[in-house]
Write a protein that binds this ligand. Structure first.
Ligand code: SF4
Length: 209
């Protein structure tokens, strides 16, 4: 990436765009809702079970003008889900301001590991042990989505639930490769601790992106 382009990326005027697609939101509160996904490259959180490792290296994804991303997005849906990678690696202010100017709903899927930027109608916070969320994002999160890979993740989920705001909706979601083992544990846990709800990656069952 040359310096001029790097500067535009640093300002959020361009973003490393990995892919964009119109599909059904499979997870969490908006599951079943048609939405346009914008996947931004770049993440150094390093989850060993990450299912989008090809997103990690931002240099592999073309810097793309935010105007172009918005122009594409508005053709497909009123609901735009910005995901990654870790979108908060970058300044989301310009992208979201432009999406809002078009009357679109802005949703983000984030680990919360970096400064919260952007104007969001819905924040889905999915904390990771390796890089904990910032205090600000705990206060702003609309849903907390905890990925359950092993038993210790229930402890971590409770620790994180104690930090979010009181209106935040709490979800436990099986990590896909461990689903056969952890789904019965999650079901049992939610019945004993009904402040939690179960979230499934329904798009994977539907075989859609
Ligand atoms: S935060 Fe998300 S994109 Fe980054 S490594 Fe973890 S699961 Fe993958």
């Amino acid at each position: 990436m040359n310096l001029e382009i790097q500067e535009l990326v640093n300002k959020g005027e361009m973003l490393p765009l990995m892919e964009e697609f119109y599909t059904i939101q499979g997870e969490g509160y908006f599951k079943g809702t048609a939405a346009y996904f914008v996947r931004i490259g770049g993440c150094d959180v390093g989850c060993h079970w990450c299912d989008v490792k090809e997103s990690w290296n931002a240099n592999l994804h073309p810097p793309t003008e935010t105007d172009k991303i918005v122009a594409n997005a508005k053709k497909y849906s009123d609901t735009i889900v910005v995901t990654g990678g870790e979108p908060l690696t970058w300044d989301m202010t310009l992208l979201t301001t432009k999406l809002k100017a078009e009357g679109l709903q802005t949703h983000i899927e984030t680990s919360g590991a970096y400064k919260l930027t952007g104007v969001w109608d819905w924040i889905c916070l999915s904390p990771k042990k390796m890089k904990l969320p910032t205090e600000e994002v705990y206060a702003e999160a609309d849903e907390l989505k905890m990925i359950i890979y092993n038993k210790d993740d229930f402890r971590f989920a409770e620790e994180q639930a104690a930090k979010v705001n009181k209106d935040c909706i709490l979800y436990l979601q099986p990590e896909w490769s461990k689903r056969d083992k952890v789904v019965p544990e999650i079901v049992d846990y939610v019945m004993k601790n009904p402040k939690w709800k179960v979230s499934l990656q329904t798009h994977k069952y539907l075989n859609i992106p």
